[in-house]
Ligand binder design. Structure first.
Ligand SMILES: N[C@@H](CCC(=O)N[C@@H](CS)C(=O)NCC(=O)O)C(=O)O
Length: 219
């Protein structure tokens, strides 16, 4: 049996998709979190790519959020076995995951008090979000899952991000009924329901409250 240790900051951000996939799979894992502002600078050097999340797999570092989730899904049989299906699923996974770059920049700009940059980065993210959602929407099957008749790790990953991003861009997910239904289906899995109740409140760094002109670009 493999042992898993997730190392990430005390944020939702790129941590939630990994946590949700681990929880839905029901595998044993532990998590070590550190504060993005207070503790990260001292910890950064221990990571081979100087970035997190990192999943320690039997003591070895595995980087990259989407790679970690795909590995877990395939390793524990919550994945499509068809190469082309899995590839088209990865396309929307990466497209949604791309948003974390501009959104991360917006949050950093807020931290440094640069309102203009924060607005620009929020606007960029807001403009792209519905584009990605409409592509996901068109790939959801009559069973409610992305290019699949059964739930895969891809659905769990997407739902975890929608759960975070609907707070940054209120009302947008709701415009895509199949995406909204998928998000609810995954949120209703008991282990996810429990986690959403017990998880820590937003860290001030990523708190949706107080972001300037949240709806810029999405109207
Ligand atoms: N493509 C990577 C990006 C990882 C990344 O940028 N992580 C951020 C935190 S969400 C980080 O480690 N930032 C700290 C730094 O760059 O010093 C992934 O998806 O895991």
């Amino acid at each position: 049996m493999m042992t898993y240790l997730l190392k990430y900051m005390s944020l939702r951000a790129r941590g939630e998709p990994v946590r949700w996939v681990l929880k839905v799979l029901g595998v044993n894992y532990t998590e070590e979190t550190f504060d993005v502002l207070g503790e990260w600078p001292a910890r950064k050097q221990e990571f081979k790519f100087r970035k997190v999340p990192v999943l320690m797999v039997d003591g070895e570092q595995l980087h990259q959020t989407t790679v970690i989730c795909r590995f877990l899904g395939e390793r524990h049989h919550l994945a499509s076995g068809d190469l082309w299906t899995a590839t088209r699923q990865m396309e929307v996974v990466e497209a949604l995951h791309d948003l974390t770059n501009s959104m991360g920049m917006a949050l950093l700009a807020r931290k440094y008090g640069n309102e203009e940059r924060q607005k620009a980065m929020t606007g960029l993210t807001a403009a792209q979000f519905p584009v990605v959602l409409s592509n996901i929407e068109s790939r959801i099957t009559d069973k409610g899952w992305i290019l699949s008749q059964q739930m895969t790790w891809v659905d769990v990953f997407i739902a975890a991000y929608l759960d975070v991003y609907e707070n940054y861009f209120p009302g947008v997910v709701g415009k895509f009924p199949l995406c909204e239904a998928l998000r609810r289906q995954v949120q209703d899995i008991p282990v996810i329901k429990a986690w959403r109740q017990e998880r820590p409140a937003w860290h001030s760094f990523e708190d949706p409250q107080g972001l300037v002109a949240l709806s810029d670009g999405s109207q």
